[in-house]
Design a protein around this ligand. Structure first.
Ligand code: BTN
Length: 255
């Protein structure tokens, strides 16, 4: 189903994906890496064909289509300030966008905080989760779901979905796409060691909502305002009259 050799030939990383686990079914690839003592090497990647409890942001369900999509998680074990987790989130979205653009010349946009879109339709989503010891993050897990070869999406969705196949009008190699994402992700992590500015600027250049009037919905309230920018930690700056508010999470849509 998934040709590990083909994937491995294209993988050009030092540590991301060097420990690679392929599984038919797990509850959630994020949960496996968060809880496993066995898979603890920095950069470990687990790819599963099916997740019985795949989850998205805000505990939404993330459905899998075995053989057709990519549902995987990457384990990072490094000293990281809590405020910088969001930068990894943005970096992961950029790595998916770059991979789809490089391999299939499609125009990819990013939506705050971590949706990857083509023509307003969702092609991938990211869910970052972590465990801490004291006030230090001990494990950071970057979970990524990419719609690759699904021909259609029955059901109702908050954001209409699409797949690489639908946009590129051809079946594509999941092995090539996964290795390209991981190669990009490691390069972005390397750049981020020096400076997070490149992540912020790359992300800004792919987000078409900056400068637009938006609605931001979280569990507690709905806010309206101007999506002015993201700040140095990647949080959304919402301008309401003369007031500016930093938004840490929520669903954003054009008003
Ligand atoms: C979202 O857009 O809401 C985020 C979706 C993240 C889905 C991925 S699939 C691999 C990993 N395991 C999970 O249970 N979720 C993430």
């Amino acid at each position: 189903m998934f040709n590990i050799e083909e994937f491995d030939i294209k993988l050009d990383t030092e540590f991301v994906g060097r420990n690679f686990i392929y599984s038919d079914e797990v509850d959630s690839t994020n949960s496996v890496l968060l809880t496993s003592k066995e898979f603890a090497q920095n950069g470990t990647v687990i790819l599963a064909e099916h997740q019985s409890k795949g989850r998205g942001r805000k505990n939404r369900e993330w459905l899998s289509s075995p053989g057709q999509n990519l549902t995987f998680s990457i384990l990072l074990k490094r000293d990281l300030k809590e405020s910088k987790i969001n930068m990894i989130n943005l970096g992961a979205a950029i790595s998916v966008a770059q991979a789809i653009e490089n391999l299939y010349q499609l125009n990819v946009e990013l939506k705050w905080p971590n949706d990857v879109l083509i023509g307003k339709k969702k092609i991938a989503g990211i869910l970052i989760e972590s465990t801490s010891k004291g006030n230090k993050i001990s494990k950071l897990v970057v979970g990524i779901g990419i719609n690759v070869n699904q021909p259609n999406f029955p059901g109702k969705f908050d954001i209409p979905p699409t797949s690489v196949r639908k946009e590129f009008h051809s079946l594509v190699s999941r092995e090539k796409l996964l290795s390209e994402v991981l190669n990009n992700f490691e390069s972005i992590l390397d750049e981020a060691k020096e400076d997070y500015k490149k992540i912020l600027n790359d992300w800004r250049s792919r987000c078409k909502m900056i400068g637009e009037k938006v609605k931001v919905v979280d569990e507690e309230k709905t806010r309206f305002g101007l999506f002015e920018d993201i700040d140095d930690d990647g949080f959304l700056i919402l301008k309401q009259g003369e007031k500016r508010e930093k938004i840490h999470y929520g669903d954003v849509s054009i008003r």
